[in-house]
Structure formats: structure tokens, C-alpha cells
Design a protein around this ligand. Structure first.
Ligand code: CU
Length: 270
């Protein structure tokens, strides 16, 4: 059974946690970890010109082959229950896990083209402009589930909101329990960046059509990783079919430790 969204009733990302910010800044200092990993996801601002060009050319190649379009079109299928905003409790519980797989699958397709490529992260707490090098990178020819064109549009900063602050993300990182952490991360900073970029990124169904989606979600995934380092063993307790991250076979328990998934982040602090 395939859930097809109604085109003219698209929902936007909303921000439930605009509210208070505490003065208390918590420091997360993970110990050095000697593990070996295959891929290091780097901060987008530190990429060389060559790395930027490689990222864009590999995405272009996946757009041309149609693989990118197929991948993007998993996201409007809300029967996957991967957002709290759309699916409530189970959506919040699956949100970070599902998107971790979503990124891994894309990165796998990219690395099948070129072993040197990876998904960079956009640390919007520090870098408060839309990444300059992606400004003109708006793939064309993508289509939605009805076969209609999906233009990649943006309107950074024009929605009357600001990017999430360091203070707010530090506050979320200090939350001691999983369910508060994931709810506040999704509803707050995650949704807020989607709205800040605007255009296609503010389309909850087809936002992955914009390549900056992957850089934003790598940052969300990195924040989760940072939280995990400080809250060892905590995560979702969903089981059975709820824990299987369809349309893929991976289940939540396999996704807790990024080192076992073959990647790491250049920086493990906010
Ligand atoms: Cu999503």
C-alpha cells in the first residue's frame, strides 16, 4: 500500500519550541576514541574546492541516473512514520533513526560512484549563512510521486525566523532523557532550519530534493551522536515492526553506534 500525499495540502515545518533559553551552557567532552572508520563527514565550511565539486558532481550524477529522484521520493511516503510532526509518538521515536538510514543509503550510492565523497554537515549554530558554495546548486529534472516537476527553490532567512542558537542546542543536548531530547530536537532546531532555508526545504514531503537537506540532516545526526556520547545506552525502546525502518530492512538497534555503521564526524562537540 502506497501513501500518496495530496499535492495541494502540503504541510510546512513548524517550530514548537521557540521559547526560553537558559544561561547554562553544558560542555560535552567525549574522550578520544581510537576506533577506525571508513568515512569522516566533515564540516562543510572546511571542505576544499575539490571536495565541494566532488559532492556536487556526484549528486548530479545520481540526479541524471534517476537514483536521486527515487531516493527523494521515499520521503513523502508518510506511512514510513518518520516525523513526530506527522505521526506523533512513533514518528518522534523513529525520526533520528530513519533519517540516519536515509543519509547512509544516499552516501552509499554516492560512494559507489566515488570512494572519496561523503555527506558534509552544516553547523548552523556557528555558520549562520546559507552555505555559499551551494547557492547555485539547485538540481533540475526532479519529479514528485505524481510525475510533476519539483523545482528546488530557497528563500534563506526570509521567513521572519532566525537559525537555532547555540544556547538552545546546548540546552537540548543537556536533556537527560531520550524522549525529551528527540522531541525538542525535531520540533525545534530541526524544523526551524527547514523553515529558515524556505522554498523546497520547507516542504515536509519533498525537502530532500534540495541538496542542502543532507547537510542539515548530517548536522542533526551529529547532534544526536554528541548526545549519545554523553548519554550512553539511551535511545528508543520501540520494538517489532515499529523498529524496522521501512522501506529499508535496518532496525533501530543496529543504528545506535555510528562507528559500527562505518562513519564518523570530524568534530564531536557542538
Ligand atoms: Cu524528514
Amino acid at each position: 500500500m502506497k501513501y500518496v500525499p495530496i499535492k495541494y495540502h502540503r504541510r510546512c515545518y513548524t517550530d514548537f519550541y521557540v521559547g526560553k533559553e537558559s544561561d547554562e551552557i553544558r560542555e560535552t567532552r567525549p574522550e578520544d576514541d581510537p576506533r577506525t572508520t571508513l568515512v569522516t563527514r566533515k564540516n562543510q565550511k572546511d571542505l576544499s574546492g575539490e571536495e565541494k565539486n566532488l559532492f556536487m558532481s556526484v549528486i548530479d550524477e545520481l540526479v541524471q541516473s534517476g537514483q536521486y529522484n527515487i531516493h527523494v521520493n521515499h520521503h513523502p511516503v508518510m506511512s514510513h512514520r518518520m516525523h513526530g510532526l506527522m505521526s506523533g509518538f512513533i514518528g518522534y521515536e523513529r525520526f533520528l533513526y530513519w533519517h540516519r538510514v536515509f543519509l547512509l543509503k544516499l552516501e552509499g550510492m554516492m560512494r559507489a560512484i566515488d570512494q572519496r565523497v561523503f555527506i558534509p554537515y552544516w553547523n548552523w549554530v556557528d555558520d549562520r549563512e546559507f552555505p555559499e558554495w551551494l547557492k547555485d546548486f539547485t538540481p533540475t529534472g526532479l519529479t514528485d510521486l505524481d510525475g510533476d516537476m519539483l523545482p528546488v527553490t530557497r528563500n534563506p532567512g526570509a521567513n521572519g525566523i532566525t537559525l537555532p542558537t547555540r544556547l538552545r542546542v546546548d540546552e537540548i543536548l543537556s536533556l537527560p532523557d531520550w524522549s525529551s531530547f528527540v522531541r525538542q530536537l525535531e520540533d525545534g532546531p530541526h524544523n526551524r532550519v527547514h523553515r529558515w532555508v524556505g522554498g523546497r526545504m520547507n516542504d515536509i514531503f519533498y525537502s530532500p530534493a534540495d541538496p542542502v537537506f543532507w547537510l542539515h540532516h548530517a548536522e542533526v545526526d551529529r547532534i544526536w551522536h554528541i548526545w549519545q556520547l554523553a548519554h550512553s545506552g539511551l535511545g528508543t525502546t520501540i520494538t517489532g515492526a515499529d523498529a524496522v525502518l521501512d522501506p529499508w530492512a535496518e532496525s533501530t538497534t543496529e543504528l545506535e553506534v555510528i562507528a559500527t555503521l562505518g562513519y564518523s564526524y570530524q568534530e564531536e562537540t557542538l
